[in-house]
Design a protein around this ligand. Structure first.
Ligand SMILES: *Cc1c(COP(=O)(O)O)cnc(C)c1O
Length: 401
């Protein structure tokens, strides 16, 4: 019997999820309805932050965040090269310059010492912000990054796409959950099907900063406001009514486009799926931990393992990454056996687009060495014990040859 294909990541859709989407489809609102605010409130509760803004996808979340943080042509932003390219692209959308700094080979996260060196080597004011990524689900120590950022007047945008429910332990021994807004100015999440919570497409921005929150709401819908304490109308009542000065209020149709924004809204039926998925988020996280422990045990002392993504408390295990000998042949061997392990990621600075902006091989040695050996093994809540054993056995089998 041939093994059915095992992907590296996969969504989990239950009957309850389907019912939730059906109910939204039968309601009065397909978009701009009540599910959005409910999803935002529940997600903010889950993450432990004050504000959440639901958007069309994680990339839109990054773009709006870069806008809210006022990235503009000439601004320099420090970004990890070990990420999905969108983490860096958001700076380019706003005309800013991406400056990649290397990873720490032990954690696979943006290396704070590399960042420090870059900051020290230039006059203050050279850089405007930092975009670290909680890569593979391992939380960046943002307390340390905040200290450094404050010293140099930088903002922090945390790309937490891999890490809803992940945390690091701060210097007070407290758990600091990814995206909780304590140290980063903004954090973003994605609800693409391979991520922890699936909406089909979807994203979220979280923050504790009320001004940034209000800006994000404006930018999410074209920069249009219907008049609010945060964005009062600026045109006169005479203009709005067409000259009927006795109108006591602005008429119902009236709105203003006060800034240049986008349509980056999430729909209500996607939000309904998100709300339903969020209920199972902790269960999924637990299962990810079991799977990680099984891999850890299986690979203990194995000479073909050169490194792995971090058996640390608070890891949300979006990915289970190992660095292995003879990676290409193992990858092909697994594929032949219907196991679709994946590579995360080709370093962003070596994408042709960023090469054209001046990056080249050798610029960031740690991430380039990592890329030669890395492999993301199947990691998703519905991966069965049997499937995981099959994966582990096939890996052992490959190296026994
Ligand atoms: C998935 C992902 C994104 C982009 O999210 P989309 O919803 O696909 O636009 C950005 N950054 C990281 C680290 C991601 O994993």
């Amino acid at each position: 019997m041939t093994q059915k294909p095992i992907p590296y990541g996969c969504q989990h859709i239950t009957e309850e999820d389907i019912e939730a989407v059906n109910a939204a489809l039968r309601s009065d609102y397909l978009t701009q309805g009540p599910q959005i605010k409910e999803f935002e409130d529940k997600f903010a509760d889950y993450i432990g932050c004050n504000y959440a803004v639901a958007v069309a996808n994680g990339t839109a979340a990054l773009h709006l965040s870069a806008m809210a943080l006022t990235v503009k042509p000439g601004d320099k932003v420090i970004v990890t090269p070990l990420t999905f390219v969108a983490s860096a692209n958001c700076v380019r959308y706003c005309g800013g310059e991406v400056v990649f700094a290397d990873i720490d080979p032990a954690t696979y996260l943006l290396d704070i010492d590399a960042v420090k060196k870059m900051l020290e080597a230039s006059p203050k004011g050279t850089y405007q912000g930092i975009i670290p990524v909680d890569f593979a689900g391992r939380a960046v120590n943002l307390e340390e990054f905040r200290k450094l950022a404050d010293e140099y007047g930088l903002w922090i945008l945390e790309d937490a796409c891999h890490a809803p429910g992940g945390y690091f332990i701060d210097s007070n021994n407290d758990k600091q959950f990814c995206g909780n807004g304590k140290y980063a100015d903004l954090a973003i999440f994605s609800f693409h099907p391979v991520k922890h919570i699936a909406c089909g497409e979807g994203g979220m921005i979280t923050t504790n900063d009320e001004d940034l929150y209000n800006k994000l709401l404006l930018y999410r819908t074209h920069g249009i406001t219907k008049g609010s304490p945060a964005f009062p109308y600026t045109n006169s009542i005479e203009f709005a009514t067409g000259g009927y000065k006795d109108e006591s209020e602005y008429p119902g149709w009236y709105m203003e486009m006060q800034d240049l924004g986008y349509n980056y809204r999430l729909t209500d039926f996607q939000a309904a799926l998100g709300i339903s998925q969020l209920k199972r988020a902790d269960k999924g996280l637990e299962r990810r931990h079991e799977i990680a422990q099984n891999y850890n045990k299986a690979f203990e002392g194995k000479s073909y393992i050169l490194g792995q993504s971090g058996d640390v408390e608070g890891n949300a295990y979006h990915l289970y990454v190992v660095e292995v000998k003879d990676r290409l042949n193992l990858y092909n061997y697994l594929r032949k056996n219907n196991i679709f392990a994946q590579i995360h990621y080709i370093p962003a600075h070596l994408m042709p687009y960023y090469r054209n902006l001046g990056y080249k091989e050798g610029d960031l040695p740690s991430v380039e060495t990592y890329y030669k050996h890395c492999l993301s093994l199947p990691m998703f809540p519905t991966l069965t014990e049997e499937e995981q054993m099959y994966v582990i056995n096939k890996i052992d089998e490959f190296y026994a040859k």
